[in-house]
Design a protein around this ligand. Structure first.
Ligand SMILES: Cc1cc2nc3c(=O)[nH]c(=O)nc-3n(C[C@H](O)[C@H](O)[C@H](O)COP(=O)(O)O)c2cc1C
Length: 206
């Protein structure tokens, strides 16, 4: 059993999504003490943006300069970690109606034809099937209902891209309205933590 734990919020100890992913992983670990956990903090690691040079680098990296080779290798490692995981836990705050660019940079390293998806005569096929994805989704405002839901390019994007990779078992643990006052924030966090503690949505991929 392998769990991949990803954080992407830039607010350090003030980050609610970090607090929630930590609670989620603790709960998973309590259920499966044997689980092997890989952790990446995308805010402190600074995954470089995708470049043409990375994409066009030869598979064996022959003749590639050291900086580019290191960049390609880190992307390959991230992809292998993702492919190896049974359960992926992602902390995904809403930034500017979407996700942190750090998280997008990580996803860009996962979107590799022949690894996480392929195109067939019948259309695209996700190749990362059988995983469970748990997203700790945090937002300053409320986007669960219309008309604000039309501005949600965070959860909708994550569902689309990981769905494209073949993941159908996706759970969102959501804390929203976090910037609408201390009471609302406390309430939203308590509700999310209650959902995590109940454990029903956290069932691990087998
Ligand atoms: C750079 C930045 C952009 C943000 N953009 C939005 C936004 O578009 N909509 C929103 O509701 N909240 C927005 N927020 C508020 C965050 O979603 C909220 O504070 C969340 O708790 C931050 O994530 P974290 O606490 O999980 O790290 C933004 C916060 C930051 C720091």
């Amino acid at each position: 059993m392998k769990i991949l734990h990803i954080d992407s919020g830039i607010l350090g100890e003030h980050s609610v999504s970090r607090r929630l992913t930590s609670a989620i992983v603790s709960q998973l670990k309590a259920d499966r003490p044997d689980a092997e956990i890989t952790y990446r903090d995308l805010a402190s690691e600074r995954v470089p943006h995708l470049t043409g040079a990375q994409i066009m680098a030869p598979a064996d990296l022959e003749g590639v300069d050291a900086a580019l080779a290191a960049d390609v290798r880190i992307g390959r490692q991230m992809l292998e970690e993702f492919l190896a995981a049974d359960t992926v836990v992602v902390g995904a705050p809403m930034y500017n109606f979407s996700i942190p660019s750090q998280l997008k940079a990580w996803i860009d390293r996962l979107a590799v034809a022949g690894k996480t998806f392929r195109y067939t005569e019948a259309g695209p096929e996700g190749l990362a099937k059988g995983k469970k994805l748990i997203v700790a989704s945090t937002r300053g405002g409320h986007y669960s209902v219309a008309p604000a839901s039309a501005m949600d390019h965070q959860e909708t994007y994550l569902r689309s891209v990981f769905g494209f990779f073949g993941i159908t078992d996706i759970e969102f643990i959501r804390a929203e309205g976090l910037n609408l006052g201390a009471d609302q924030k406390q309430f939203a966090i308590a509700e999310a933590e209650k959902t995590i503690a109940e454990g029903n949505v956290l069932k691990l991929a087998s």
